[in-house]
Design a protein around this ligand. Structure first.
Ligand SMILES: [Zn+2]
Length: 269
């Protein structure tokens, strides 16, 4: 019995060693290395470059809001392009969700932001109010994120079932951008706000922020927004905020991440 088993084993081994067909030539057909020729080494694929995603809101068939003879899309694209230019001058890689007056769904924007290598996402919008004197900048983040984003976040941090995660990164990015955009433009402070219902905020894994850069419904602000000077001021301020956030986050992998224990402590009355 043992001999039969041994014979079968050798037969299988012999077959493996001599398996050569034209389709599957095996190792034996590789030519021998010439003198001085180095064996081929497999270079691991380089990770995608780290990049900031800038998203000029609306565009193409979606004009956005309107007032004082201008559509929102007319302001968001030049501000987005100025911001991309400013960041590239500072040696950051930038991906624009669109760089022409084209139509792009919210899902497509989020998909671009969720590709590997992204470090943050900033969406540029303009505001509208029925009160013509309303003016200034308001900046949004969205917490909590959508369930699938939260699930990935939990997995990436290897959380135990009785642990919960609070991700303050988008809020910190929003605060940094808001502060520096106000400083560079001297616009009215309309505060940092939370809106977890916005798809471009709640479905994006990296820190994501939406900046309402001013009101098209306010005559003087609408005029200002259309000047290259104001667009560059805005771009410089937003870029300052992004840079401050990225500098703070670069030295601390847990920057803005809080892990809390949800287990009942027991014994306390
Ligand atoms: Zn908008």
């Amino acid at each position: 019995m043992f001999l039969i088993f041994l014979g079968g084993f050798w037969f299988c081994l012999w077959q493996l060693m001599h398996r050569q067909t034209p389709e599957n030539p095996g190792f034996a057909t590789l030519p021998p290395l010439n003198e001085g020729q180095r064996p081929v080494t497999v270079v691991p694929e380089a990770p995608p470059p780290k990049s900031i995603v800038i998203d000029p809101g609306h565009g193409g068939e979606d004009p956005g809001t309107q007032g004082n003879g201008m559509f929102e899309r007319q302001g968001t694209l030049p501000i987005g392009l100025a911001l991309a230019k400013e960041l590239r001058n500072r040696r950051y890689n930038v991906v624009l969700t669109r760089d022409t007056d084209s139509t792009l769904s919210l899902e497509s924007r989020a998909k671009i932001a969720n590709e590997p290598g992204r470090v943050c996402f900033v969406s540029i919008h303009l505001n509208y109010s029925d009160t013509p004197k309303s003016n200034g900048i308001e900046t949004y983040y969205g917490w909590p994120k959508r369930w699938d984003v939260l699930k990935d976040l939990r997995q990436s941090r290897k959380l135990e079932p009785d642990q919960d995660i609070l991700d303050h990164r988008s809020k910190l990015l929003a605060e940094a951008i808001h502060r520096s955009a106000l400083a560079s433009t001297r616009a009215t402070d309309r505060e940092v706000r939370n809106n977890p219902a916005l798809l471009v905020l709640n479905s994006i894994r990296v820190p994501s922020v939406l900046v309402e850069c001013g009101f098209v419904s306010n005559k003087s602000e609408a005029e200002k927004i259309q000047t290259a000077e104001y667009q560059e001021n805005l771009a410089r301020g937003i870029a300052d905020g992004i840079e401050q956030y990225l500098n703070a986050a670069s030295s601390n992998a847990d920057y803005g991440i809080e892990i809390v224990n949800t287990k009942a402590t027991g014994g306390k009355k």
